[in-house]
Design a binder for this molecule. Structure first.
Ligand code: MG
Length: 367
């Protein structure tokens, strides 16, 4: 099988809540998503998606996705989309770094492998664990009272895990965590994600200020070393995210006992192939995971579902249903949240059919 044509589409994904705010005053109101379509000489077509969390979260941005895919596409015409490890090596040889650019291409090829084999990606990634899996809800940064209100509302929708966007003024963040913690019920889990927003002295004050609260602390500071320092001064369960983006950092984090949970975002690792490698390593090392992406619509939500559902249940701390955050649906067949949980599609491949009327004309077409 050969890749004969690669197209890319751009989609704007506005938010139900109007905007999403996190550390450092950063916010996004409309997400800039890119959908990749890979066509083959045998008529099988695969789809992938990549959607950065604005241009100021990881080193990634919407237009960069399209530019990078345009750069890579000529190297991939004529290659076999079923030979995924080979294809990833080829992409690495053609373009150094930029894992997010490669993510949607890799995802689309997994869709093709699934369609060719007649199997859902979930099965190809190792098998389905249980009937469904657990989701968390990210709570955009607002006043402590407003965030507590949001948690109550999302609990009514079935969520039991809540990730507060903190990383702002440490005194207000302490209030935020306390305000929400008062509303926690048995079985709920609370995560305070600072998204690199605190200096070390601020993080040290916050973890001490919420010492008696049952809360996970996620990525308090910008660097690995700063996070490790805070990790060693607190007994809260600890999550690493932004600084863990490959096997090197994962192995280093494991050796230092730097985290109890690691956040595996598909595009941060460069696609399903590399995210799966990280997932399997975490299972071998005994590290629980949040499995998600930086953001996305229906296609990314489907990919997350396949990777999350094929992760042994006890290792899946939580996952994300991004398609319920946005007002625009870009594909049919994507998994939908039910009572704070979700299941991967049983259809071959990712199990999604893009809505071409929503995606419009391609912004890139290479053959
Ligand atoms: Mg995070």
């Amino acid at each position: 099988m050969q890749i004969t044509r690669i197209k890319a589409y751009q989609a704007d994904l506005p938010l139900h809540e109007g905007s999403y705010r996190w550390s450092g005053g950063k916010s996004v109101s409309v997400f800039d998503s890119t959908v990749v379509e890979i066509r083959t000489d045998e008529g099988v077509v695969g789809y992938g998606e990549v959607c950065p969390l604005g241009p100021f979260y990881l080193a990634a941005y919407g237009e960069g996705c399209r530019a990078g895919i345009g750069e890579l596409a000529p190297h991939l015409i004529g290659e076999d989309p079923l030979e995924l490890d080979k294809l990833n090596r080829l992409m690495d040889a053609a373009m150094k770094g930029h894992p997010y650019v490669k993510s949607a291409i890799d995802m689309a090829c997994w869709d093709i492998v699934g369609k060719v084999s007649g199997l859902p990606v979930c099965t190809l990634l190792g098998g389905r664990h249980g009937d469904d899996f657990v989701l968390y809800r990210a709570i955009s940064q607002e006043s402590p009272e407003a965030m507590a209100g949001r948690v109550a509302g999302y609990r009514d929708e079935g969520y039991r895990r809540f990730q507060l966007k903190v990383g702002g003024d440490p005194d207000v963040d302490i209030e935020r965590i306390h305000a929400v913690a008062e509303h926690m019920r048995p079985g709920d889990k609370l995560i305070a994600d600072a998204n690199t927003g605190w200096l070390m002295h601020e993080a040290a004050r916050v973890v001490r200020g919420v010492r008696d609260v049952d809360v996970y602390i996620e990525q308090p500071c910008p660097t690995y070393e700063e996070c490790l320092s805070i990790r060693r001064r607190t007994d809260h369960p600890f999550v690493m995210d932004e600084v863990i983006d490959g096997m090197d950092s994962l192995l280093r984090g494991h050796a230092d006992l730097a985290m109890d949970v690691v956040n595996i975002k598909i595009s941060k690792f460069g696609g399903i192939t590399r995210a799966r490698q990280a997932r399997d390593l975490c299972v071998s090392l005994g590290i629980a995971m949040t499995i998600e992406d930086s953001w996305g619509g229906d296609i990314i939500t489907a990919a997350i579902a396949h990777l999350a559902h094929s992760t042994p249940t006890e290792f899946l701390f939580t996952a994300t249903d991004f398609n319920s955050y946005v007002t625009v649906s870009i594909a049919d067949g994507a998994p939908q949240r039910v009572d704070g949980r979700m299941a991967a599609s049983a259809a071959p491949g990712l199990g999604v059919e893009p809505k071409m009327d929503v995606l419009g004309a391609p912004v890139l077409d290479v053959r």
